[in-house]
Design a protein around this ligand. Structure first.
Ligand code: IFM
Length: 444
């Protein structure tokens, strides 16, 4: 990587986590169960049969984790709130002990000058709401807006940004489309209806948070990719166009243009969502920032068996192709298609099978991955895309959803038996990289 890339002064360098993946303390201090608690305790759902009951025990060790970030010198921390910790049933009474935990976390971040970037929903719906129909029930969107309003009222002055959702594509398609994620439903029509209710809940929550006048910047985090045809055949090109439309445009067009994309809407046919009068207006409102999570591109082959992606840049422990230039291409494509607010890269990183040797984890592959993606990011910025920050996923090794603890994304290694944290080589590299960027931008 070119070490002198002059990212603009004020560019935010951060790390990211989410509540269910690190907090543990599944029923501490009045927390209610979430759909992921239920899912993990259902045999056969998680590859290594693990749960989030303890995870990284961040609920009890948050001070140590903030100290780690302070030692890395990052500007910002992206994390999520466990809805069931602050409202155990997802409706009705608030849990003061839950809010108190997040208040203490914010105190620790403030004491270290680390800006707090909150996500309201990173997949852990209170089980009480699931029992009422989950995201398939339209009412859940209104419950989400109530939750958003309350969080913004309490914490809106202490947060740099509030994102409504993290990766609603996953909630809809993995939670309701193929049952890989909680709540474990496999039904294409439900997945599409859920995606509409998620977008509606985003819009309602934006309005609710604006009503209370939260000074935090408000937006949403979407996981996105470019879609490349495996060959020049019409079938492959059609598949790629459909993939981009159903995944990227499906969430972007309603927010930025006020309607679903024609291509995917027509293809969904009878599975198209029920949209009530006023829904699209609620969704189509200005956001202060867009969070983009980028890990890989989609490779689209209509052949049987499909032609595999070339993976010339290698692949990660998740089996995901490493394709940094996809980040440049994606950002330029978004920039050309929409009038965008400032962007944050809210997640980017890789899983690798890291184990300490003599107390040291030499994750050179992760350093290379991040460096190449930062080059790709910078290339897009140089061509006019307004990106204001980068959050490395993830601060800690953590619970990787249906893969359990088998996949490690952290720049800090976690020994789950002892909860010992060990910064990997990538953590030290990121620390030095951030310090060097800061020194460069301070140079007149
Ligand atoms: O761990 C997840 C995260 O929760 C959401 N984005 C992708 C990451 C890696 O799979």
């Amino acid at each position: 990587m070119n070490d002198s890339l002059p990212f603009p002064p004020g560019f935010t360098w951060g790390t990211a986590t989410s509540a269910f993946q690190i907090e543990g303390a599944a029923s501490a201090d009045g927390k209610g169960p979430s759909i992921w608690d239920t899912f993990c305790h259902t045999p056969g759902r998680i590859i290594d049969a693990s749960t989030g009951d303890v995870a990284c025990d961040h609920y009890h060790r948050f001070q140590e984790d903030v100290d780690l970030m302070a030692a890395l010198g990052v500007d910002a921390y992206r994390f999520s709130m466990a809805w069931a910790r602050v409202q155990p049933d997802g409706k009705g009474a608030w849990n003061e002990a839950g809010f108190d935990f997040y208040s203490r976390l914010l105190d620790a971040l403030e004491a270290n000058g680390i800006a707090a970037h909150l996500t309201l929903y990173h997949w852990d719906l209170p089980q009480g709401l699931q029992d009422d129909g989950g995201w398939l029930a339209r009412d859940t969107a209104y419950r989400f807006a109530d939750y958003a309003r309350e969080v913004a009222r309490r914490f809106g002055r202490r947060l740099a940004t509030i994102a409504t959702h993290n990766e609603p594509w996953c909630t809809a398609n993995l939670g309701y489309g193929n049952a890989q994620f909680a709540p474990g439903v496999a039904d294409a029509k439900s997945a599409i209806q859920v995606s509409h209710h998620l977008l509606l809940s985003h819009g309602l929550a934006m309005s609710a948070m604006r009503e209370v006048g939260a000074p935090a910047k408000l937006g949403i985090v979407l996981n996105q990719w470019t879609a490349d045809p495996a060959t020049d055949s019409q079938a492959d090109r059609d598949l790629a166009a459909f993939e981009y439309s159903r995944s990227v445009e499906w969430f972007m067009d309603p927010i930025f243009k006020g309607h679903y994309p024609d291509l995917a809407l027509r293809a969904h046919g009878a599975n198209a969502p029920v949209v009530l009068a006023g829904d699209m207006q609620a969704i189509h409102q200005a956001i202060d920032f867009l969070g983009v999570n980028y890990y890989f591109r989609a490779w689209c082959s209509a052949s049987n068996p499909p032609i595999p992606a070339p993976a010339l840049g290698g692949s990660t422990d998740m089996g995901w192709e490493i394709y940094p230039q996809g980040l440049t291409e994606l950002l330029l494509k978004l920039h050309a298609a929409y009038t965008l607010p400032p962007i944050y890269i809210t997640e980017n990183g890789m899983a690798s099978a890291d184990q300490p040797v003599d107390g040291w984890v030499d994750d050179a592959a992760r350093i290379d991955f991040v460096a190449r993606h930062l080059d790709a990011l910078y290339a897009a910025m140089r061509q006019g895309v307004d990106v204001q920050g980068y959050f490395l996923w993830s601060l800690l090794d953590n619970f990787e959803w249906n893969s359990g603890y088998a996949k490690r994304f952290g720049i800090v290694h976690v020994d789950y038996a002892t909860q010992k944290r060990t910064p990997k080589a990538s953590a030290l590299w990121y620390r030095d990289f951030v310090a060097a960027r800061r020194a460069l931008s301070a140079t007149p």
